[in-house]
Write a protein that binds this ligand. Structure first.
Ligand code: 5GP
Ligand code: ZN
Length: 114
C-alpha cells in the first residue's frame, strides 16, 4: 500500500533501525521506545489489522512470534522475560494500520495494561 507508513519502511522509502529481515518478516526499533528494548515485528505483506488475518497468514504470524523470542533472547531478556503484544483498532490502541507485534523488554511491565 503506497500510503502505509510501515509499507514505506519495508520498501526503504522511510528509514528505520532495522534489526532483522527475511523474505516475509521485518523487525525494527520503535521510534518512541516504551522500554529499554522496544522493537516492532511486521509481515512485509500489508495487512491492516489483526481482523484481516486469514489462514494464509498463519505461518508468517508464527514467524513473528519465533523471531520475537529470538530477538528478545539475543537482547538478554530471555530469563527476566519480556512482552509481545499486537494492538487492534481504537480500543486496542492501534495507531499504525499495518499489523505489528511490539516486543518490549528490559524493565518490569505492569499488568493489566492501561
Ligand atoms: P500501535 O499504537 O499501532 O500499536 O503502535 C505503533 C507504533 O509505531 C508506536 O509504538 C510508534 O511509536 C511506532 N511508530 C510510529 N511511527 C513510526 C516510525 O516512523 N518509525 C518507527 N520506527 N516507529 C514508528
Ligand atoms: Zn502496510
Amino acid at each position: 500500500m503506497t500510503d502505509c507508513l510501515f509499507c514505506k519502511i519495508v520498501n526503504g522509502d522511510i528509514p528505520a533501525d532495522i534489526v532483522y529481515q527475511d523474505d516475509d518478516v521485518l523487525a525494527f526499533r520503535d521510534i518512541s521506545p516504551q522500554a529499554p528494548t522496544h522493537m516492532l515485528l511486521i509481515p512485509k505483506r500489508h495487512i491492516s489489522t489483526p481482523n484481516d488475518l486469514t489462514e494464509a497468514d498463519v505461518v508468517t504470524l508464527g514467524k513473528l512470534h519465533l523471531k520475537a523470542s529470538e530477538l528478545a533472547k539475543e537482547a538478554g531478556h530471555g530469563e527476566q522475560g519480556y512482552r509481545t503484544v499486537m494492538n487492534c483498532n481504537s480500543d486496542g490502541g492501534q495507531t499504525v494500520f499495518h499489523i505489528h507485534m511490539h516486543l518490549l523488554g528490559g524493565r518490569a511491565l505492569s499488568w493489566p495494561p492501561g
